[in-house]
Design a protein around this ligand. Sequence first.
Ligand code: DGL
Length: 279
Amino acid sequence: MEKDASLPIGMFDSGVGGLTVLKALRELLPCEDVVYLGDTARLPYGTKSPQTVTRYGVQCGAELIRRRVKLLVVACNTASAVALDALRAAYPDVPVIGVVGPGARAACAATANNAIAVIATESTIAGGAYQRAIHAARPEARIVGHPCPLFVALAEEGWTDGDVPEAVAARYLDPVFRPASGTERPVIPDTLVLGCTHFPLLAPAIKNVVPRATTIVDSAATTAEAVFRELDRLGLARTGEGCGQTRYLTTDDDARFARTGSRFLGTPISEKDVELVDL
Ligand code: DGL
């Protein structure tokens, strides 16, 4: 393992969604340098097979490790759900942290009625990683998993509020939170997990269509905490004054990455900090 606290943290996602995790990481660990890779040329991951996502994930990991990183954050639920074991096997010397475990823990901490809804990409829901992670912490939990693939495109397009995202959100979520009367009524979840790093941008639209008391959780803050704990445990945390630097890599259109990424990060990304890479 690269036992050098001055090295950056490596992060990747299929696109700019993982910047929601970077934002939380920056708040908790402002001194750390970060290299963020968005595999925008091959987005979306969420409609692809586990084999393909695993191959892409291992390639993203290779690019970051080639640049020397002290820890790898898989800031993509789809890749975390299917490729975490392959990444750990491929790079045994680098600690790898995914977002599914932290997201599941946040949901378990939030629910009072043990009924949890998870929305994510098709691949994340089909693989059952959230269901397994939640059940490991709360065997009695009732979990409804629901794929919402259009949310990824809406977030990338910047269509995050107004009629269109609310109509899409209602179409996806009404069957879970407002089931038709008549048949036996299931317990309505009190907690909704945004199991895709693109989805936090749609939180305002989602909030408008679910019952008001629903707690909405995502894995950004809990993943940042997991990174903090792991760096601390390994003696790899960077301490001191000042701001860490962030370098961005993208596999397609650096100008577009800077433009859309700024929205996800909540602060401007300069095009000169974005490098085009070929995996
Ligand atoms: N941001 C990714 C995730 O967290 C998914 C987007 C995609 O489908 O590539 O799952």
